[in-house]
Ligand binder design. Structure first.
Ligand code: KIV
Ligand code: ZN
Length: 389
């Protein structure tokens, strides 16, 4: 199954994203986001952790009852009560998925679970079988897989697939992996687990070292065909892989990656803004894809290049992610060509090169005193220039 060239986008903004300290959302807010994710054609929406609280249960249920085109997923520990609660919340879903997990790293098994590896395998298998009795679509995650031993991972993944899991998620829970190491982990699993062809391998990367997107893409090259991610990279601690970056990297570098997603990319910016508005987490200006400066050019050399041919300094079109257009920021690094072009956009055509030079000199003086020169500033300085001549 991993040989398909489509990468399934699994959005966990409403579950792992909500685990960002301070990012909790109401049921109504979650439903608004879920509808926007569905419009953007996200394949799987992890709507919450049904057993976590009555509010989380209600949110998962209301999303499951409403959304038609995306699969709705609830997280559940490998425990009967969690799985039953998840199934109950998902009962009305057009397409539902139970996502069950247990930790597999030595440090988690010894100190957190206080269980022997054999017991962990047994509990995982039991949980998956129980989930499969309640829901046809079951995902299994090996929590802290990034720090787990490969032989044990192979063993538990094989058992999980035999028990009925059809998606196997290999999370880098603490954001510890680096790209080539994580890619090797995924390819080794796909090559060594005898029944690997019966499951889709998924990745779920945290951003503690700022490598979540790079690790996810390396895993896709190694054969993973589901990426778990969040809008604006929201998530526990330093966050999860950012959906907008994963999707646009796959689209922009299809030549090299050879895969695609179903995402309708012009929705990206509005969903990013919705999530930022609801959570109160601002998007930094230099954030890739959705930051205010992602398609802005300030330096004169860059502005001149872009005006002559967009692709000199842009690797994707601003419109493809929902911006109206790229933006020429008028500031002290801007050159004459961008200055003239902005004046023309404002309907100002100066009669001679002398007038243009005088207005440009005035613009440079002002730009030394102000971070950004707005259209009103340009209009004013042109009027002043002309009135002095
Ligand atoms: O980071 C993680 O390991 C998780 C799992 C529950 C999938 O969020
Ligand atoms: Zn996580």
């Amino acid at each position: 199954m991993s040989s398909s060239d489509r990468v399934i986008i699994f959005d966990t903004t409403l579950r792992d994203g909500e685990q960002s300290p301070g990012a909790s959302m109401t049921k109504e807010e979650k439903l608004r986001i879920a509808k926007a994710l569905e419009r953007m054609r996200v394949d799987v929406i992890e709507a919450g952790f049904a057993i976590a609280s009555p509010g989380d249960f209600d949110a998962v249920k209301s999303i499951a009852d409403t959304i038609q085109d995306s699969t709705i997923c609830s997280l559940a520990r490998a425990l009967d009560a969690d799985i039953e609660r998840a199934a109950e919340a998902l009962a009305g879903a057009n397409s539902g998925r139970i996502h069950t997990f247990i930790a597999t790293s030595p440090i988690h098994m010894q100190h957190k679970l206080r269980m022997q590896p054999d017991q962990v395998v047994e509990q995982a298998v039991r949980a998956i079988k129980k989930a499969r009795n309640l829901c046809a679509d079951v995902e299994f995650s090996c929590e802290d897989a990034g720090r787990s031993e490969i032989d044990f991972l192979c063993r538990i993944v094989e058992a999980a697939i035999d028990a009925g899991a059809r998606t196997i998620n290999i999370p880098d829970t603490v954001g510890y992996a680096i790209p080539h190491e994580y890619a090797n982990l995924i390819s080794e699993l796909i090559n060594r687990v005898p029944n690997a062809d019966k499951a889709i391998f998924s990745v779920h990367c945290h951003n503690d070292l700022g490598l979540a997107v790079a690790n996810s893409l390396a895993a896709v090259v190694a054969g993973a065909r589901q990426v778990e991610c969040t809008i604006n990279g929201l998530g526990e601690r330093a966050g999860n892989a950012a959906l907008e970056e994963i999707v646009m990297a796959i689209k922009t570098r299809q030549d090299l990656l050879g895969v695609h997603t179903n995402i309708d990319t012009p929705h990206i910016l509005s969903v990013s803004r919705m999530v930022s508005g609801i959570t109160g987490f601002p998007v930094q200006p230099n954030k890739a894809i959705v930051g205010a400066n992602a398609f802005a050019h300030e330096s004169g050399i860059h502005q001149d290049g872009v005006l002559k041919h967009r692709e000199t300094y842009e690797i994707m079109a601003a419109e493809d992610v929902g911006w109206h257009a790229n933006k020429m920021v008028m500031g002290k690094h801007s050159g004459r060509s961008a200055f003239r072009s902005r004046l023309l956009e404002l309907g100002i055509e100066l009669a001679s090169e002398t007038e243009l030079n005088a207005a440009f000199a005035r613009f440079k003086d002002l730009a030394d005193k102000k971070h950004e020169i707005f259209d009103e500033d340009l209009q004013a300085l042109v009027s002043e220039t002309l009135s002095e001549e």
